[in-house]
Design a protein around this ligand. Structure first.
Ligand SMILES: *[C@@H]1O[C@H](CO)[C@@H](O)[C@H](O)[C@H]1NC(C)=O
Ligand SMILES: *[C@@H]1O[C@H](CO)[C@@H](O)[C@H](O)[C@H]1NC(C)=O
Length: 391
């Protein structure tokens, strides 16, 4: 069975949020208690005692009464403040800790290192011939998260009975290749390769035995992704896992980042209206199977654009239009659209830019499509995220 080792704060010494914040907060409260007591003494006791020297007996009685009441109030304030301090410490314990660890591990999922040979030829796209070529970094916090390197049986277990849809351009197709290579093995993969690589077409496969259905939808523009969401809505049927991403075609044929941003915001508004946005706090039952999750909360992933190496792009038009500056502008629109988790949106980013950058120029022949290790790593990031969410 699959098992994730959630680290404690002691093991992740670079985390700088709650563990330091909480003691500070307590100290603050203790100081506050002390100050209230001191203020009571200074404000009431001292002036009254001084005044008492010069007062008649009646007035003296009146002031001692007032003094008594004041001190009583002050003394009663202190346990109240103390109780705030204890309740805050019990609040900050287990549940927040688990949630915090989950966020830390999800944020570390892209800490991947590559070690690949030059790809040499289109036939190696999407599949790394000798399995591997990538791994998680061996820094202590990443090791503490215990990310899984999924083998066939673990991956099948994970995706049992689920409906997975991957929609987008050629990057999305390469993700499908990696995902299928993981669950099918190389022989079966060779036999379906022809169908899968038919240009600009959809593809569907049902993996018998585990009842998993995988759809690839050719959707080169964000508009096509929006149409797909409308289709899900019309059929009242949402996939369990949805991976989407588009941008390269828009860069090449429309070449207008502002227009791209508008289409992203339209997509976001639609998705948010269909899917509850904050997945982080809903807790599914135990067990790794994704397929058993409710339809209301599909797992949404956004497939980012890769690093573009302008001089390697294979047509004049691509080299002319798909500049680094434009690519940056497109990414700005993506972050500005609030589509992604990090800006409160519904999609978790599969950061192909970061992965392809780490893999480097050696991992591409055309400056745009990368070695299978890149997409395989993305698939593993996705599966590990699903695993963390399912716990
Ligand atoms: C990946 O790294 C882990 C720990 O750093 C190691 O145990 C494992 O063998 C590595 N896997 C591969 C395929 O290199
Ligand atoms: C995608 O959208 C474009 C522009 O709206 C449209 O021309 C094209 O037919 C769509 N393709 C698919 C596969 O829906």
């Amino acid at each position: 069975m699959i098992y994730v080792n959630i680290p404690t704060f002691e093991s992740t010494n670079n985390s700088n949020t709650n563990p330091t914040l909480t003691p500070n907060f307590h100290q603050m409260l203790r100081t506050l208690q002390f100050r209230v007591l001191a203020a009571c003494v200074v404000l009431f006791v001292v002036p009254m005692a001084m005044a008492g020297w010069h007062l008649s007996r009646n007035k003296m009685l009146f002031f001692s009464g007032a003094l008594f009441i004041t001190l009583t109030v002050c003394v009663h304030l202190i346990p109240y403040l103390a109780s705030i301090s204890t309740s805050s410490s019990s609040f900050s314990s287990s549940s927040v800790l688990v949630l915090e660890n989950r966020f830390i591990c999800i944020s570390l999922l892209h800490e991947i290192v590559f070690d690949v040979k030059p790809i040499g030829g289109i036939e190696n796209l999407g599949v790394s011939s000798n399995y591997g070529g990538w791994n998680w970094s061996n820094s202590a916090p990443v090791v503490a998260c215990g990310f899984e390197n999924f083998g066939v049986s673990d991956a099948l277990d994970m995706l049992k009975g689920s409906w997975v849809v991957v929609a987008g351009d050629s990057q999305a197709r390469l993700v499908v290749v990696s995902l299928l290579s993981l669950v099918l093995g190389s022989e079966e993969m060779d036999s379906i390769r022809g169908d899968l690589f038919k240009r600009h077409s959809d593809y569907q496969i049902v993996i018998d035995g585990i009842g998993m259905k995988l759809d690839f939808r050719w959707a080169p523009y964000v508009m096509n992704l929006t149409d797909l969401m409308v289709e899900f809505k019309r059929n009242k049927n949402f996939p369990d896992v949805l991976v989407m991403g588009a941008g390269l075609w828009h860069m090449l044929h429309v070449t207008n980042s502002w227009d791209y941003g508008v289409s992203l915001r339209l997509l976001r508004d639609l998705v948010v209206s269909l899917v509850p946005a904050s997945r982080e706090f809903d807790t599914h039952g135990p067990g790794p199977a994704v397929g058993s999750n409710s339809i209301q909360s599909p797992h949404l992933f956004w497939l980012g654009m890769p690093m573009l190496i302008n001089s390697m792009l294979n047509t004049e038009k691509k080299r002319d239009k798909m500049t680094n500056a434009l690519r940056d502008a497109y990414d700005k629109q993506l972050y500005g659209s609030k589509l992604l988790h990090q800006s409160g949106g519904p999609f978790l980013l599969l950061n192909i830019l970061s992965l392809s950058w780490k893999c480097g120029t050696m991992c591409t022949d055309d400056g745009m499509h990368y070695h299978g290790a890149v997409y395989e790593a993305a698939v593993h990031i996705m599966l590990n995220e699903l695993l963390i969410e399912s716990r």
